[in-house]
Design a protein around this ligand. Sequence first.
Ligand SMILES: [Fe+2]
Ligand SMILES: [Fe+2]
Length: 483
Amino acid sequence: VADDILAGHQADAGDQAELARRFVIELHLLIRLAAVHEAGNTALQKPAGRLRAVIASLSEANPGWRFRLVADQLFVNDSRVKLDQPIFHAYTDLVEELKRRSIGGITFERTPTEDELLRFAFLIQHAQVTPGLDTLEMTLEGGGLGFIRLDQWRETVGRPAGNPKGQVRRAARETFFGSIFLTGGLLQTVDRQRVVHVRRARRVVQSFLDLLGKDEDYLLGMTNIKNYDDYTFNHSVNVTILALNMGRHLKFSRPQLSDLGLSAMFHDLGKTMLPRDLVNKQSRLDDDEWKIMIRHPVEGVKKLLRIKGVSQVTVKMILSVYEHHVNFDFSGYPNQPLTDRAFLFSRILRIVDSYDAMTTMRSYTVRPKHPVAALEEIWNLSGTHFDPDLAKVFIRMMGIYPVGTIVQLSGGGIGLVVGRKDDGEIRPPLVRVIAHWDEQAPTGEIIEPAEAGDSSIIGYYDFGDVPVNPAWYLLTTEDIYPE
Ligand SMILES: [Fe+2]
Ligand SMILES: [Fe+2]
């Protein structure tokens, strides 16, 4: 279609819309390619040629046309570029790229040559990310590209949200990574200053609860990333998020949830007193090391008993810290149960803590378990290690294929679980098809896998088998999500 338009001379309104879409696609592609190719690479010639043709057609139809970014939406003159599935990736990615460089608009005073467009793409791609446009404009002028004018991007305050989920996700990422740092600080102050900053900790818990209420799948997905250096802090955050979501599914009250979150956050407090090399050790622990490691619940309790000002939540924390490795059948450690049944928080922590440890590289196991396999293990050990009722709640909450899992589809597709359908109890996975054995088959769409037959899930890929961390990719790439 686009080629016909480019060839034709009388463009009507529909053609204009198509040209605008082509402009977005080609500009995005060229900027992206400039990130991975050397200048002068022939792979860039064709896209540059296509972009040039689109610009020429746009200029012919409307001399003085402008391309603008306003409140997350792209415009050619006053018409908004329609955001639909085929250009979703290019559109949203381009918006992010432009915003990152404070570019709110581009005007071409004349149609650039292919070579000029290539230089433009490289300059944009490799521009220093600065809050203003001054440096970038100077670079363009210096490179003989002064005829390409840029407008400053401005955040529109109080605008109706273009993509409310996108905002929630940005907030979720900031909260998540920020909380790892904060949690580290909170754990260390207990150690050094004998205080628990309860109010600060509750604020972190509160922000997790807010985000879980808005986009549960996304925050749960973040707990899958696990490529970190300091195991205990990130693990504590994951355990807190998973425990809080268990509490939500169990219909805990707000104050109860807050206490559960605090208990989860501090559950491995005792580890901050063990040698760091031991805690972060990747290989299996020998007998002596293990003997030290299993002291951490008791060490944690000792720490909590020394803090100034014991309150009701401290008591809940003490119980949780003491019992979080005690199994449902009272195997596990310490092997001196306090009562004839572990405290509810401890039984929740037993499950979510095991799940996070099992699926993490830096636990005591050599190879991490795939989330699907970890859920199977929890199922198999329910009634012995885990409270069977709580295990059921946990598995239902995670789904058989948790967000961030790479699955194999019948018919030759490979997909990434990007979310779950809001559909009663079961909540089947939503899968984005990321590759297909049949090169002709469409990829990129989000499907709800069938129960059986074509496009049903027939297996999953181990994280070690794919070159990227799927969770990381999933959670840092805005455009991969369903709305
Ligand atoms: Fe522990
Ligand atoms: Fe733990």
